[in-house]
Design a binder for this molecule. Sequence first.
Ligand code: ADP
Length: 185
Amino acid sequence: MSARRIVVLGRQGAGKGTQCALLVESTGIVHVSTGDMLRAAVAAGTELGQKADAVMKAGELVSDEIMIGIVAERLAEADIMEHGVLLDGFPRTPSQADALEEILHGQGVELDAAINIDVPIEEVTARMMARGREDDTAEGIARRLELYEQQTAPLLQWFADHNKLVVVDGLGTEDEIFARIEAIL
Ligand code: ADP
């Protein structure tokens, strides 16, 4: 199968990470989670990590400039050119979406699909309160969800206009949701 480039969208707590892990197992595609990359940078104490730490704890977004730089670099690596990519957590703003289009265009490839794992706000809030990551405080969760509605939700229309959007019902067991995604791909 040729290398596919897929964006996974969905509110915080919608199960993007879980579904990406299942897709990696079944397809060999490369999972790129910008949140995981940032958390690794924080843990390693790199310059990026030092910049991102406070921003992430507050539930705010790391700047577009930084994020676009990191992702552009990652997308050029050989494993992704060969096996394709599942982008999780990027793009999150309209300018990140524009940048992604440009990066892929520069590589002579296109986005194959944007999958939105759809879970209502009340449900994702409950899930995040239960998982208890360091940035999963009540204020942090509320702020991240607010930014999602403001900055990321409008991208759904953008992907729909480009005929790339697929919506998957994100309520159910992990296996049920995975079966829905596989049926689409
Ligand atoms: P969540 O989806 O629960 O917010 P992530 O792991 O995707 O979790 O992201 C954690 C944090 O990392 C975000 O709150 C934000 O501060 C930062 N981050 C991740 N991806 C991006 C991005 N594309 N643009 C800006 N900030 C990002």
